[in-house]
Design a protein. Structure first.
Lengths: 747, 416, 160
């Protein structure tokens, strides 16, 4: 198959290079070893042991071992706050070691807004248990009853003694280790006594970042390292690589110093100099054959409907069919959400040093353990022989190319016998990373004559949102495995049902999901911030609005009719108060393109059991498109560990979700993804910034739940509802572009 | 077929060409050239069928490209050999009728967005070679959208009237005693259909033959004056023209964007030297018509920068890293000699704003060029200010572009 | 390959390199100056922005051969933890980062702006950052931080 000049071929350098290696020992540059602030030691990784989580060094430094990692959201600071609070040590005396298969416990992946909610809870428990252990030990040493002791700033003190008898934590441990299990009985400190949790402690990583000293995975270098690039086939980003075969590999134009490496359909080049590797990737000419199974772009949503399996009923109560049949008004609507991409400004990067019987990989992965499983399978090594070290990358908003880049580096290193650094190009990342899946949502609502909602039927069609590395999928979860060994993408049904169910009290309700196997998803699907909650909430909350307007009831009042949860009502009431909501005028006149203002509201409880978020969007609509003037957010994520950190997350969610709602759509054709750079798949620009007004509702006595994603779910419908308020036009397909607006105006 | 040239002369010419034609697939109107799919591939490239029959994100030749005309939007058809949605079921004669007469198999008239006004000059065997090539391409099942024309233009019979005014069926006849020039004319007029973009149109949207190649608006872009006028290509050397046509740029002098970039990428870069020479010889022979955009020699660019530091910052950060000062930069397709570009000197600014909006993708014989489109990254106001800044500093004019100017271009005539 | 003299953060380097190599790879791989980041290689995102004679340029595209005798400044040359530049201090004070990958480019574009205009409006700040992209959505903090730094710099220079 030929495809003439295209953005794709230019950006990907589809024709790309090779030659013999020339290594002359010492490299010109001084090589930097990745930071390892604690000497490697045999340490416990058993999550039931305190030593898996905590160590206290002789100098008093408290080492926190976290399997959850800092992706740029501020959790390094927040987790340290939690431990410092619970263990009664100074915040400054803590240090966090994160994501290392030889040092940190397996806490799964850092995702789903679960680092504070789950990882933080685990650390809190470990720290409380450690404090208990220290109190016990202190009581024994001081010969006092435990009830007379307290802890403060790394010491166990005797409360009754004004002269301050105390013993340091460090003196209570041997070699810094607890050698004790995480206890079952311990007391968690009361939130009213908190000194560190609840404070906006400045983020510990920011200074290094603004002084240019922070080492991202992109900035690491290991001795003997060479630079690698991978040359990929057409059908960019497709799930299926059917019939893929290399017909011809022409390395005749490779620059000197570059070497070609390939296995199966995995083709790469390595070179001493990065620039040479890049030239090589462009100079190598590969002819591929393949069978495209991608739909024409216009057929995407039909394809989704067509390939889905039998629906899974997520929830059913009452009799939907009967009441829908009896309804005075039945309203139906279909909503569409496109494939979307990660906004990582730095394309993925990884370093691998693969030896005959062991391997070390530095990666910006969200899960060092799952990646280890995948890499071990790819390299055919024992899991224990593979050491994966997390190193922060550019922001990731889910499963981007980080894991794949690690696979690329590992395979190249295996074949060239040197440590290899693979830096993806912009087109690699835009094209080949897994995409947030496209989804189709269909809703039907029945109302009786007095405008009461008596039946609700939700269906969606969605690929799974999870094809991450895991032990079961092994190398199949990595592009390198798919290309080199012909494995196919796989994943359990997950994520597409998130927030498919609404938190309103409805009498007759059925919610069902038609799952699509990842291999049947046109583009390779996986986790993108919020997963299915974003599209599902866009549909649910738009539909609530449609129903409200149909019933001639103010959209806010309509929601409150069906919202029982007091915390939910509080966020909704708070946001409208903050935004000075006034009941919307029910009279509509035909919009003809003049500048029109509107506002919309939206509400969600994330995952139906976590953070409560309500959003009011104020928009201005004209023929130039939709402009967001202001987004007001009320947010309840339980106990707030770091208010400024939560605000930062909410602001980020608002801005990213605004871009997702107004601008972002992965474009593709039968030969794969065509939006391969920021011009074609843009982020929000500075001139498009809305004002953001946030009200945090702290619940010191409620558990902390995630704040990293919830707002993203609530923003899109608020915007669409505001567009309707302004123009009377109901835009049901994201992104809400100028073209879709004018199209809607003309029909 | 009434006006076909005397057969004997054509035969002589064919023989002559057989001697001259070094590359295998040079083109001439000889009736005697064998029908051959390989030759058809070359002709198809020269006719640039692919650009118009391959939509963004679509498969080659499957059609669906929108053409914005004053009468509404037309969509190119599927010309893959697919039986129901493509031209797989067409007979040779039906294809010839479409190419030569603008008539569809059902007898109705084709809209002249399809340039049968040019293709009518193609020899029968050349048309059939093109067909042979198209038949060798993969079939694609795809039905392009229906045309969206206003009444009465949605009535195909109206095309008949249009044809009476603007179409003369007939094969190519040499235009000059000079063999090379005639050959170039066949390439430019019959195959390349340069006039479809570069010749202005009459009130009835026919090509205004009195203004041949004098420049026109097309698909949201300005196609420049390519006559021998000093404001056209009068000042260009043959070498420069050749280099421009096959690379899509001439360092420090001209760059192709928009539809012309596509023509270079899909068509011109495949031309043989002989054919390119012939084309250049023909272009040189086209009578000069006065151009609208001042030539480089006519303008004096400002010695001092416009007093707009905000926009200068925008210019520096967005433009300069690639278009940095001449002699120092990336060179190749990314020069900084802005005053040399018609797009910059044109006070109308169509192409300047357009290129900022859409960017450029182009592949020439030597190199590729990529400029990001800033449609989604900049506001109308920012683009207007950039265009104004560039025009003032490098273009020798004082046009101030407004956000509304940009908004208009954003929504109108984006072509593909 | 040929010898080139580069002046980066007031240090002069002599390097043997293909003059067409973009500055970014020389800074990062040969000189160990890691603050300029690779983001797109297309001059689109601004993560690699450095100053060349005070002008913000995209190091991912500018060939090193074009920069002879120009003074290059990166974030490393702006300030240090001991002597932070007002911009750096302001970004810390405003907590203007999430992943932070875009921040070095933001800082350099901001520095170019403030050198030209010590009292920019918010609109002018946003304009100056039009070529810098942020994926995490820290835009609002970034604008605030630049305004804070502008204020500090004006005070330091005794201007209102």
């Amino acid at each position: 198959m030929t495809f003439c000049i295209s953005r794709r071929s230019f950006l990907q350098g589809l024709s790309a290079l090779v030659v013999g290696f020339r290594f002359d020992g010492a490299l010109a540059t001084e090589l930097l070893t990745p930071d390892r602030s604690v000497e490697q030691m045999q340490k416990s990784l058993d999550v039931r042991q305190l030593d898996a989580w905590l160590a206290i060094r002789q100098d008093g430094q408290v080492i926190v071992y976290s399997g959850k990692v800092e992706l740029g959201t501020g959790v390094e600071t927040a987790l340290r706050q939690i431990v410092a609070e619970e263990l009664c040590v100074l915040f400054e005396s803590t240090v966090l070691i994160q994501g290392d298969t030889q040092l940190t416990p397996d806490q799964g992946i850092t995702a789903g807004s679960k680092t504070i909610q789950v990882g933080g809870a685990q650390l809190r428990r470990a720290a409380a248990s450690a404090r208990q252990y220290l109190l016990d030990e202190g009581a024994r040493r001081m010969g006092l009853d435990k009830s007379m002791l307290d802890t403060i700033e790394g010491c166990v003190i005797y409360r009754g003694d004004p002269s301050g008898r105390y013993v340091r934590y460090t003196d209570l441990l041997t070699g810094g280790a607890f050698d004790s299990p995480v206890g079952e009985s311990f007391s968690i400190r009361e939130s009213k006594n908190y000194r560190i949790v609840g404070q906006s402690v400045p983020r510990v990583d920011i200074p290094a970042k603004v002084f240019g000293q922070f080492r991202y995975v992109h900035d690491l270098s290991v001795p003997g390292m060479v630079h690698g690039r991978v040359i990929r086939p057409p059908i960019t980003g497709a799930s299926r690589l059917d019939g893929l075969k290399i017909e011809n590999l022409d390395a005749s134009e490779l620059p000197a110093g570059a070497r070609l490496i390939y296995e199966g359909n995995f083709v790469g080049v390595v070179a001493e100099q990065e620039w040479v590797a890049m030239q090589a990737a462009r100079a190598l000419k590969v002819t591929w054959s393949y069978t495209s199974t991608l739909p024409n772009p216009g057929d995407l949503y039909d394809r989704l409907r067509h390939v889905a399996g039998k629906p899974e009923v997520l929830i059913e109560y009452g009799d939907v069919s009967e009441h829908m049949g009896q309804a005075a008004h039945v309203i139906s609507a279909e909503y569409r959400w496109p494939f979307q991409n990660h906004d990582s400004i730095g394309p993925s990067c990884a370093i691998a040093d693969v030896r005959a019987d062991s391997a070390t990989i530095w990666s910006g992965t969200q899960g060092v353990y799952p990646l280890r499983s995948a890499l071990a399978d790819l390299l055919r090594l024992d899991r224990e022989a593979v050491h994966v070290i997390y190193s922060q990358a550019s922001g990731c908003y889910g499963h981007n190319g980080a894991d794949d880049a690690a696979g690329d580096a590992a395979l190249l290193s295996k074949y060239c016998g040197r440590p290899v650094r693979v830096q993806w190009s912009r087109a690699d990342e835009h094209g080949w990373n897994p995409k947030g899946p496209a989804m189709l949502m269909q809703l039907q609502g029945g109302m009786n004559a007095s405008g009461d909602l008596i039946a609700w039927h939700f269906q969606n069609w969605t690929p799974t949102h999870v094809t991450r590395p895991n032990a079961k999928a092994g190398a199949a979860s990595l592009l390198a495995g798919q290309l080199s060994q012909g494995l196919v993408v796989q994943g359990p049904n997950a994520g597409g049902d998130r927030n498919a169910v609404v938190n309103y009290t409805l009498v007759n309700c059925r919610v069902e999901t038609h799952w699509i196997d990842p291999l049947d998803s046109p583009l390779r699907p996986s986790a993108l911030r919020g997963l299915g909650a974003v599209a599902n909430t866009f549909a649910n909350e738009s539909f609530m609005d449609e129903l409200a307007w149909a019933a001639s009831v103010d959209p806010l009042a309509f929601r409150l009719r069906y919202l029982q949860d007091p915390r939910g009502r509080v966020v909704l009431e708070t946001v409208v108060q903050q935004a000075r909501w006034t009941p919307r005028s029910m009279s509509r006149r035909r919009w003809t393109g003049e500048l029109a203002q509107g506002r919309g509201v939206s509400y969600v409880q994330y995952e139906n059991e976590n953070a409560y978020v309500a959003v009011v969007a104020d928009v201005a609509v004209s023929l130039a498109g939709v402009r967001i003037n202001r987004i007001t957010v009320a947010h309840d994520c339980g106990l707030i560990v770091n208010p400024d950190g939560v605000r930062n997350q909410i602001e980020g969610n608002v801005i990213q979700a605004t871009a997702r709602t107004l601008k972002q759509e992965v474009t593709f054709n039968p030969t794969g993804v065509t939006s391969l750079e920021w011009g074609a798949y843009p982020v929000l620009a500075f001139h498009e910034l809305p004002e953001i007004d946030i009200v945090l509702i702290d619940q010191p006595d409620q558990p902390s739940v995630g704040a990293g994603e919830a707002t993203s779910a609530a923003v899109p419908a608020a915007i669409a509802n505001a567009v309707f308020d302004a123009t009377g036009l109901r835009l049901r397909q994201v992104p809400l572009t100028r073209e879709r607006l004018t199209e809607a105006m003309q029909t | 077929m009434g006006s076909s040239p005397p057969f004997r002369r054509a035969l002589c010419k064919a023989l002559l060409l057989l001697l001259l034609a070094m590359p295998n697939y040079s083109v001439w109107a000889e009736e005697g050239a064998a029908i051959d799919a390989k030759r058809g591939e070359y002709l198809t490239r020269l006719g640039n069928c692919q650009s118009c029959h391959t939509r963004k994100d679509g498969l080659p030749f499957a059609g669906g490209v929108p053409f914005l005309t004053p009468f509404g939007t037309l969509y190119s058809t599927n010309i893959t050999p697919e039986n129901t949605t493509g031209i797989g079921a067409w007979s040779d004669e039906q294809f010839l009728d479409a190419m030569h007469k603008g008539i569809r198999p059902d007898g109705t008239h084709l809209y002249p967005a399809f340039p049968y006004t040019a293709y009518t000059w193609l020899s029968r065997n050349d048309v059939l070679s093109i067909l042979a090539y198209l038949r060798s391409r993969p079939s694609v099942v795809y039905t392009p959208p229906g045309n969206e024309l206003r009444f009465p233009f949605n009535q195909r019979w109206i095309v008949k009237g249009w044809k009476l005014l603007n179409f003369r069926e007939g094969r190519f006849n040499e235009v000059s005693a000079n063999e090379q020039i005639s050959r170039g004319a066949y390439l430019s007029e019959a195959l390349g259909h340069c006039g479809e973009c570069h010749t202005p149109r009459t009130w009835s949207q026919g090509l205004d033959r009195s203004q041949h190649y004098a420049g026109a608006q097309q698909q949201g872009w300005t196609a420049w004056n390519i006559t021998a006028d000093p404001r056209g290509i009068g000042g260009w050397s043959n070498e420069k023209l050749m280099s421009y046509l096959r690379n899509g740029h001439q360092r420090g002098e001209a760059v192709a964007g928009g539809p012309m970039a596509q023509v270079v990428s899909d068509s011109l870069r495949f031309l043989t030297d002989d054919d390119l020479n012939a084309m250049v010889a023909y272009l040189r022979s086209v009578p000069e018509k006065p151009g609208a955009v001042p030539a480089r020699t006519e303008i004096s660019t400002m010695a001092v920068k416009p007093d707009d530091t905000d926009t200068e910052a925008l210019f520096v950060s967005l433009c300069e890293s690639c278009h940095h000062p001449d002699g120092k930069g990336l060179g190749g397709p990314y020069p900084r000699s802005f005053p040399n570009y018609s797009a910059v000197r044109d006070p109308d600014g169509t192409n300047l704003v357009r290129v900022i909006l859409e960017g450029i993708e182009r592949r020439g014989i030597q190199d590729e060029a990529f400029m990001p489109g800033y449609r989604a990254l900049l506001s109308d106001d920012q683009i207007a200010r950039l265009a104004t800044y560039i025009g003032h500093q490098f273009g020798g004019h004082a046009r101030v572009f407004s956000a509304q100017d940009v908004a208009r271009q954003r929504t109108a005539g984006a072509g593909q | 390959m040929s010898m080139h003299v580069l002046i980066v953060n007031d240090t002069t380097y002599e390097i043997d390199v293909d003059p067409r190599t973009p500055l970014l790879y020389v800074l990062r791989n040969d000189l160990g100056i890691i603050s300029p980041k690779f983001g797109c290689g297309l001059s689109e995102c601004g993560a690699c922005t450095v100053l060349a004679d005070g002008r913000p340029v995209r190091a991912c595209c500018v060939p090193v051969g074009s920069l002879a005798s120009q003074k290059i400044v990166t974030v490393e040359g702006l300030g240090t933890p001991e002597r932070p530049h007002p911009l750096q201090q302001a970004f810390i004070d405003e907590q203007a980062a999430q992943c932070g990958y875009c921040i070095p480019g933001m800082l350099m574009s901001a520095q170019a702006l403030l050198a030209q205009n010590s009292s920019p409006t918010d609109e002018q700040v946003r304009q100056a950052l039009a070529g810098n992209l942020c994926g995490c959505g820290t835009h609002i903090r970034i604008v605030k931080a630049i305004q804070r730094a502008a204020g500090i710099m004006r005070r330091e220079e005794g201007r209102p």
